[in-house]
Design a binder for this molecule. Structure first.
Ligand SMILES: Nc1ncnc2c1ncn2[C@@H]1O[C@H](COP(=O)(O)OP(=O)(O)OP(=O)(O)O)[C@@H](O)[C@H]1O
Ligand SMILES: [Mg+2]
Length: 212
């Protein structure tokens, strides 16, 4: 069973958006998937409640209450949506649950500075240091040809962590979330640019490079 966690101490960078999309991607591919929400805000669980019965099932796990105790044992993937402001002991506890960690970062000076500190903290966690957990970063809500995106792109490229994808700012994410869907479940004519941007991220998640 694989555990993929979407993690960043900064609020609002897209953790729940990425977690719900990663979960629905693997569910659509025919895998057994559970989505564990460690955030008492319950964005991922709210999304699951909106999910139509006609779509591949994803098991709900209220991680913020009792961790993975009630996670189904037979699934292939547990996707974990982490809460903001996870530092210190809380961060250690979270990282204990994952072998793969995806860190979304927004194109903003505040977010980049926060990410800098957070990724340093994350890299210093023993499990990550020993490569028992692999981390990768994703630029999220990017607007091409803006100065701040150029800055973010350079910053993430220079970082000694796999830079997995740049996801554009798009209403598709909002539209999909509201309907309990992932962007892979929207019509192709609407979502193909997003599908293309996700390709390197899903490829990494499926490869041994994202596993210890
Ligand atoms: N690529 C995107 N394009 C457009 N909107 C986006 C994108 N990614 C995220 N959003 C929107 O940004 C907001 C914050 O995203 P999300 O809730 O996923 O962040 P979060 O990191 O989980 O936040 P929190 O720290 O509060 O848990 C949401 O309204 C979401 O719909
Ligand atoms: Mg969230």
């Amino acid at each position: 069973m694989r555990h993929i966690m979407v993690l960043n101490a900064k609020g609002g960078c897209g953790k729940s958006t990425l977690a719900t999309n990663i979960a629905s991607y693997f569910a659509d591919e025919g895998y057994g998937v559970a989505l564990a929400d460690y955030d008492p805000q319950q964005s991922s669980l709210d999304w699951l409640e909106r999910r139509p019965d006609s779509r591949p099932k994803i098991a709900a796990v209220a991680g913020f209450k009792d961790g993975l105790k009630h996670a189904p044992r037979q699934v292939d993937f547990v996707v974990i949506d982490a809460p903001a402001r996870s530092h210190g002991k809380e961060l250690l506890d979270l990282v204990r649950h994952a072998e793969t960690i995806v860190v979304p970062v927004l194109p903003s000076t505040i977010d980049m500075q926060a990410a800098d500190r957070f990724i340093k903290e994350l890299k210093a966690v023993g499990k990550v240091e020993r490569k028992q957990a692999k981390i990768g970063v994703v630029a999220n809500r990017v607007r091409e040809y803006t100065l701040i995106y150029e800055e973010l792109d350079e910053y993430l490229t220079a970082m000694k962590v796999p830079y997995l994808a740049s996801l554009r700012e798009a209403q598709n994410y909002v539209r999909a979330y509201t309907r309990g869907l992932g962007i892979f479940e929207l019509p192709e004519y609407l979502a193909w640019p997003d599908w293309e941007q996700w390709e390197p991220l899903t490829k990494w998640l499926r490869s041994v490079r994202s596993q210890p």
